[in-house]
Design a binder for this molecule. Structure first.
Ligand code: ZN
Length: 244
């Protein structure tokens, strides 16, 4: 990383878990426990019961809004600033939909799975940022045309946003260091990015609490909490030519 010209980072649920954000399944408690994820997270479920599905996503939006970025998010923001101000590139890709990277100050962030805070009108297609209090009605409706709003997340049976996956693949192929952080590396095409980086000659590292399918094929596997390891990694770069 001292000599790198382009670092690409991909983060997953583990980074958010350290902020107290429950995973999709862990959030399914209380009155949500009786549902199956397929009743809440598919286009078919939304078509069948838009009230239920939008209530669920608004519930999750509120849970995320109540959590704060942790030292992993903050360190990545710092690294992005240092690399960018040194004339290098730092691409941050996330599978998380909670906006914690942006709230820590990271910009830009490639959101592979969309965001809980952007809602899209199923009538006119307009996307609006929703950062305020919970909606008053479910499904919420579009101010422009009265159509139903849906959360701007990627559901089961849906494709990843083309622009985001294209930018992620481009960054994975162009970087000289690729870090995979807090992701189980089980979901494609996201899981393929580290392999693509490796094939193109990048040095690769994984930071995760547990072993994953890629642990054996990365150059370094750092096991533990990202909120502890990333600040230590940044600290170890303080003697680099970049101004950490
Ligand atoms: Zn509309």
């Amino acid at each position: 990383m001292r000599d790198a010209h382009h670092v690409t980072v991909m983060t997953g649920a583990g980074v958010s878990a350290e902020s107290g954000i429950p995973t999709f399944r862990d959030a399914m408690e209380g009155l949500w426990a009786r549902f199956d994820p397929m009743q809440l997270a598919t286009p078919e479920a939304f078509a069948a019961n838009p009230e239920l599905v939008t209530r669920w996503y608004d519930h999750r939006r509120m849970m995320c809004a109540a959590c704060d970025p942790n030292p992993a998010h903050e360190t990545l923001t710092h690294m992005q600033r240092v690399f960018t101000s040194s004339g290098c590139r730092f691409t941050l890709i996330t599978q998380n939909v909670d906006r914690l990277h942006q709230r820590a100050g990271s910009d830009p962030v490639i959101e592979l799975h969309g965001s809980l805070f952007m809602w899209r009108c199923t009538g006119c297609g307009r996307s609006t940022e929703q950062t305020g209090v919970a909606f008053e009605t479910y499904p919420p409706t579009c101010e422009a045309c009265g159509g139903c709003l849906r959360p701007g997340v990627v559901w089961f049976h849906e494709m990843l946003p083309e622009e985001a996956i294209g930018a992620a693949q481009q960054a994975a192929g162009a970087c000289d260091v690729f870090l995979s952080i807090g992701t189980s590396s089980m979901v494609y095409p996201a899981a393929g990015l580290v392999g693509a980086a490796h094939t193109r000659g990048a040095r690769t590292a994984e930071i995760n609490r547990d072993e994953t399918p890629i642990s054996g094929s990365v150059d370094w596997h750092l096991r533990g909490a990202a909120g502890r390891i990333l600040p230590a990694l940044a600290e170890s770069l303080s003697d680099s030519p970049k101004d950490f």
